[in-house]
Design a protein around this ligand. Structure first.
Ligand code: JFZ
Length: 309
């Protein structure tokens, strides 16, 4: 893989997928505002109840081969998959925590399946991991309805007991990882962010780290969600973007961008030297929303005709 793969990539696929997809933005008959992947926190769903989603999770329509093939057709060069989002649920086979997808009726490891397909089809694999927020771990940040206030938690216990061991799994069991994509570092102490960076680089020296590891320690600059800078930057940077207004699957968000919108944004970002990381949120069956497919298909066709490579 070239050193410059990221700088040349221009376009990637973000995949936000977790057991929150089963709620699709609705809890107890009520629409819960903001990102559907935030529903546990936004509706203050007790952990005991939220875990029941795992007991029923069986996304039989998930096909890694298809997702990677589609991403290629759409003109994308890398993908980033949510191995663990803020809800704390591991969407891969984790020995560190039982709270993972192997303990669902599905019982398969989608990250492994995606990693194998990426290898086969020539796509760079990136892994999203929520390092600070974890609403399942009693010492992870963000859950004050089941557990103590954040300031009273033993964050290091969570960090050394869950974060590092899980990051080790992710960088050991899935082959070459192109990016470790961290998120919402907020008040994480700088020493631990540095420690995490060292930890990643020790395991995979060529693995890039995104800007949201915090304190400008990332290998490339991270824009805010959906933000496109006015001027270009010399270094590597990336804008994460959704096709509607949520990252996780929502049954009620129909505010879809058109293929034309996507292309304008892609050309804008790529022209300024950045990468657009565009998101899909598969539903509880593992299906990509039909509208996302339509828009990305249409944009992909234009890219095939007019793109450089
Ligand atoms: C975070 C997550 O909380 C969200 O669920 C999703 O995963 C998204 C990609 O990242 O949300 C953010 C993080 C940073 C900004 C905005 C939303 N920001 O810098 O503007």
């Amino acid at each position: 893989r070239s050193d410059n793969w990221f700088k040349d990539a221009k376009y990637g696929l973000f995949i936000h997928w977790g057991i929150y997809a089963a709620l699709g933005g609705i809890y107890q008959g009520e629409k819960v505002p903001y990102g559907a992947e935030w529903i546990m926190r936004n509706a203050r769903i007790p952990g005991k109840e939220y875990r029941r989603l795992a007991e029923q999770f069986n996304p039989v329509d998930f096909h890694a081969e298809e997702i990677v093939r589609k991403a290629k057709e759409w003109g994308m060069k890398y993908l980033v998959f949510t191995a663990k989002h803020h809800d704390g649920f591991a969407m891969y086979d984790s020995k560190v925590s039982d709270y993972n997808i192997m303990n669902t009726p599905f019982g398969r490891d989608p990250l492994k399946e995606l990693a194998d397909e990426c290898q086969k089809q020539g796509m760079v694999l990136g892994i999203y991991y929520s390092q600070m927020q974890d609403w399942e771990d009693e010492n992870g940040w963000g859950n004050d309805w089941d557990y103590k206030k954040d300031e009273e938690k033993d964050f290091e216990k969570y960090f050394y007991g869950k974060v590092e061991p899980q990051v080790r799994e992710l960088l050991t069991n899935y082959g070459e990882v192109g990016i470790m994509w961290f998120d919402t570092p907020y008040v994480m102490p700088v020493e631990l962010c540095k420690e995490l960076k060292r930890f990643v680089k020790d395991l995979q020296p060529d693995c890039l780290i995104n800007g949201r590891i915090g304190y400008k320690l990332g290998d490339y600059r991270q824009m805010s969600d959906n933000e496109i800078p006015v001027l270009s930057f010399p270094g590597a940077w990336e804008t994460p973007m959704t096709l509607n207004d949520t990252w996780g699957y929502s049954s009620i968000d129909h505010n879809w961008k058109s293929a034309k919108d996507v292309l304008y944004k892609l050309v804008d970002v790529a022209g300024k030297g950045g990468n657009l990381l565009l998101n899909i949120g598969p539903d509880e069956r593992g299906q990509i929303p039909q509208k996302s497919i339509e828009v990305l298909d249409e944009a992909g066709e234009w890219i095939r005709v007019n793109g450089e490579s």
